[in-house]
Design a protein around this ligand. Structure first.
Ligand code: ATP
Ligand code: MG
Length: 243
């Protein structure tokens, strides 16, 4: 589904690796939570996976397609929700979702069906024909999610998706992640909310200073760490990461 091998990237003028020899494999049907302190390399990894950033070393394969040599096919399998709402705010919600559906070649009937389901879930129907610039933070987050799911991607990648969502919408998003994975698809998301990770992730990974230092199911991680809480484990391994 997603295979990352020895991924390494440093930014220009930096002598440290933002992502450092990171290897990870995700299976179909799993929700994977990507945890780590501020500046650990989560967004950098996610932007590499989605083809936004180039990388220096290693390889990324998505649904069997190499991100460098088969980039269009690889990107076709991804739906991406960024941590900042870089969406076209002069478009209405409907125009934006139509644009995303056109990009991914989703037919008119299917896009309508999917959009309606998601609009109801997120109670966004009333604002669908308003310009996105008039949306609140949470509403922008919701329309980004709808745009990212309109082609029903095999791999759904979200960078801190719970930020700005009200409790109801956060609940709906968690439900969506689960139902997406129940269909055999995969979710990869970063979060600072450990309770969310504990509740919905099949596996989590902790990244500190660009290195993936721990990966496994919560039960496995807790057992390996002497049955501490995820918060205690996170604080003990990530404590020195915030500089
Ligand atoms: N555009 C950039 N140019 C130079 N350095 C950058 C750039 N973006 C990020 N970095 C650096 O790369 C490292 C990883 O940053 P990244 O944004 O990936 O962290 P993160 O884990 O997503 O953090 P957060 O939890 O705060 O979102 C940091 O040291 C950061 O300063
Ligand atoms: Mg980030």
């Amino acid at each position: 589904m997603l295979k990352i091998e020895h991924l390494t990237k440093s930014y220009a003028k930096s002598n440290v690796n933002a992502v450092d020899d990171l290897s990870l494999e995700l299976r179909p049907g799993e929700i994977f939570g990507f945890l780590g302190p501020n500046g650990a390399g989560k967004t950098t990894t996610i932007k590499i996976l989605t083809g936004i950033l180039q990388y220096d070393k290693g390889s990324v394969s998505i649904c069997g397609n190499d991100l460098k040599t088969q980039s269009v096919a690889a990107k076709h399998s991804i739906g991406y929700v960024s941590d900042s709402h870089v969406i076209y705010d002069k478009l209405t919600g409907r125009e934006y979702v139509d644009f995303m559906a056109d990009v991914y070649g989703v037919d008119v009937h299917t896009r309508k069906e999917r959009a309606e389901k998601l609009l109801d879930k997120f109670e966004l129907r009333g604002a669908f024909d308003s310009q996105i610039r008039t949306y609140s933070h949470g509403m922008k987050q919701k329309i980004s999610i709808i745009g990212a799911l309109i082609h029903s991607p095999d791999l759904w990648v979200l960078d801190e998706p719970m930020t700005g969502l009200d409790p109801q919408s956060a609940f709906q998003l968690k439900e969506l992640m689960r139902s997406h994975c129940d269909e055999g698809k995969t979710v990869f998301f970063s979060t600072h909310v450990l309770e969310v990770a504990e509740k919905i992730c099949d596996r989590v990974g902790i990244i500190v200073k660009g290195k993936l230092i721990m990966v496994g199911s919560l039960a496995e991680i807790k057992e390996a760490q002497g049955d501490s809480s995820l918060e205690d484990i996170f604080l003990s391994v990530a404590g020195g990461g915030n500089e």
